[in-house]
Design a protein around this ligand. Structure first.
Ligand code: CAA
Length: 260
């Protein structure tokens, strides 16, 4: 597949999607949203890939939001279709078997902040700025900001950020649990690759199970979620990787997982 608005690289079990519209701070227009969705599906179908890094080209922005010049001309129907495409992209990331690491290299605003919230792990460069400034444009968030943000940081903090449209720096984002860690700008990709590499070396059956259990469990009651955990746990015992992992432990060796 060829892409115009993103760069896709595959190396050592890791797929890296880099949004490549630095002149507009990697703003998400319709085509870019479609390309990110398609790239996720391409990586999902590539059995050699076990983790994904999502980042932005340039040193200024991860994603500065949905494309305002494109949105400014939309009818309500077109805006609905646009929001549905955005949600579909983020659901594709969230439901993917692949753990996705957001490497936030600058502005992550509006649709950019909404994108990192659909990822599994988020690493922010010290200079990153995050927020949901939609209210300043006379709109409310359209790619899940009003829903994923309160689930991550709590309702009160989410409402403060959504209602004021205030941007926060990486340290504050870390304090409220919106990002996992903050690193020096020049260490961002190195850190993301290290974590992705570590995840990619595990059993891909289990990275898939763990991601699915945490995500599915967050939206259902605890009893049902725990039953789901029991069923995934027990089915692990039919896999090669369970036998290999336990045998290697007992023999004091490094396990060789096959993802089956
Ligand atoms: N859409 C389209 N173009 C954008 C953009 C966006 N979201 N963000 C920045 N750009 C463009 C600018 O228009 C500018 O283009 P020109 O050079 O042609 O003028 C270029 O990127 C560089 O931006 P600035 O000159 O503004 O850079 P700056 O350093 O002065 O400011 C900024 C950076 C604070 C991020 C500022 O660009 C900004 O406020 N951007 C908009 C952020 C925003 O409101 N995002 C939310 C969008 S709505 C949304 O995402 C809805 C949703 O939920 C789906």
């Amino acid at each position: 597949m060829t892409y115009k608005n993103i760069l896709l690289e595959k190396k050592d079990g890791i797929g890296t999607i880099k949004i490549n519209r630095p002149k507009v701070l990697n703003a998400l227009n319709k085509d870019t949203i479609i390309e990110i969705t398609n790239a996720m599906i391409e990586l999902e179908n590539d059995k050699k890939i076990n983790a994904v890094i999502l980042t932005g080209e340039g040193d200024k922005a991860f994603i500065a939001g949905a494309d305002i010049s494109q949105m400014s001309k939309m009818t309500p129907l077109e805006a609905k279709e646009f929001a549905e495409r955005g949600h579909n992209m983020l659901n594709t990331i969230e439901k993917s078997r692949l753990p996705v690491i957001a490497a936030v290299n600058g502005y992550a605003l509006g649709g950019g902040c909404e994108t990192l919230m659909a990822c599994d792990i988020c690493i922010a460069a010290k200079s990153a700025k995050l927020g949901q400034p939609e209210i300043n444009l006379g709109i409310s968030p359209g790619f899940g900001g009003t829903q994923r943000l309160p689930r991550l940081v709590g309702r009160m903090k989410a409402k403060e950020l959504l209602l004021t449209g205030r941007n926060i720096d990486a340290e504050e984002a870390h304090c409220i649990g919106l990002v996992n860690m903050v690193v020096d700008d020049d260490k961002l990709m190195e850190t993301a690759e290290k974590i992705a590499g570590k995840i990619a070396s595990k059993s891909s059956v289990q990275t898939n199970f763990i991601k699915a259990l945490v995500n599915k469990g967050a939206d259902i009651d605890l009893n049902t979620a725990n039953s789901l955990e029991i069923s995934y746990f027990s089915s692990s015992f039919s896999t090669h990787d369970q036998k290999e992992g336990m045998k290697a432990f007992l023999e004091k060796k490094k396990p060789e997982f096959k993802g089956k």
